[in-house]
Design a protein around this ligand. Structure first.
Ligand code: C2E
Ligand code: CA
Ligand code: CA
Ligand code: CA
Length: 275
């Protein structure tokens, strides 16, 4: 037992080493990747269940490394936040998504994930304003997805930023809703347009009755606040049915479409892959 304990310890140790190596590699490579143009955006549809209509697309970043292949956002976003690379990357994402919007149907918006770091960066609102001006996107066609965590770092500042964005006609969705804070008082002070129910509730809704209760409660909350609601990570018909029964009619997930690159084919106004 003792011997295997020692063995485990050394395995553990070399795993830690690998994690540290990978981290260091990502850190040093992010800048090159950005300069090289390794990044791309994929788009995943958001649908209105009763009509089946696509109402918007969420932009999701992809890093295609020339030698190492696809590196998922979970492996680099946090590191980019810690090193500050998230600012140029996030600016690029916003600009690209707003300019890609012209290739999406006119009645669809594009939803862009904004890192807490970027959201709190000096003059984030100015960046949004410039980007809208240079890409010509209408404010009604841009939505920003921001997590609770981002907004709670400095509530007064966050409230002011949200107010300015709302005045510009830009909707903000609270991303990963339900996973961050149990104190919901911020919902009263903040101008936002949508709650996005986290996948962790959706994935358990058909096996766990209390997840259904949580979803119904969030739907009731959104109605009381007068904001929209969407559920993410819908993978099965049964989950979709239960969400609809709970009052959530707008959905996103593999069941309806995976994130995919924009694809342009001649004469195709909608010009998106798979959708
Ligand atoms: P998120 O904002 O919660 O995005 C949803 C994630 O769930 C995406 O993973 C999406 O591909 C995945 N997903 C969508 N439908 C399903 C489903 O039915 N089942 C399952 N299992 N997963 C589903 P992805 O693209 O790997 O992104 C992970 C996270 O990385 C995102 O979580 C977001 O926090 C962050 N991220 C992605 N793109 C960006 C970006 O452009 N900027 C920033 N700041 N963060 C980003
Ligand atoms: Ca999101
Ligand atoms: Ca999520
Ligand atoms: Ca997230």
């Amino acid at each position: 037992a003792r011997a295997s304990g020692v063995g485990n310890w050394s395995v553990f140790n070399s795993d830690m080493g690998r994690v540290a190596d990978h981290r260091q590699w990502v850190e040093s490579e992010l800048h090159n990747a950005f300069e090289r143009g390794d990044f791309d955006l994929h788009y995943q549809p958001q649908l209105d269940l009763p009509t089946g209509r696509i109402v918007g697309y969420e932009a999701l970043i992809r890093w295609q490394h020339p030698e190492r292949g696809m590196i998922p956002p979970m492996e680099f976003i946090q590191i980019a936040e810690e090193t500050g690379m998230i600012n140029p990357i996030g600016e690029w994402v916003l600009r690209k998504a707003c300019s890609d919007a012209r290739h999406l149907p006119d009645d669809c918006f594009v939803a862009v994930n904004i890192s807490p770091v970027q959201f709190m960066t000096k003059d984030f609102v100015g960046l949004v304003r410039d980007t809208m001006r240079s890409t010509g996107i209408k404010p009604s066609r841009l939505e920003l997805e921001v997590t609770e965590t981002a907004m709670m770092q400095d509530r007064d500042r966050a409230a002011a930023i949200l107010k300015e964005l709302a005045e510009m006609g830009i909707s903000v969705a609270v991303d990963d809703f339900g996973t961050g804070y149990s104190n919901l008082s911020y919902l009263i002070d903040f101008s936002f347009g949508k709650l996005k129910i986290d996948r962790s509730f959706v994935s358990r809704i058909d096996t766990d009755a209390s997840s259904g209760a949580v979803v119904s409660t969030i739907v009731g909350l959104s109605r009381a606040l007068g904001v929209s609601i969407i559920a993410e990570g819908v993978e099965t018909e049964n989950q979709a049915t239960l969400l609809r029964a709970a009052g959530c009619e707008v959905v996103q997930g593999y069941l309806f479409g995976r994130p995919a690159p924009l694809k342009f084919s001649a004469g195709d106004r909608h010009a998106t892959d798979e959708v």
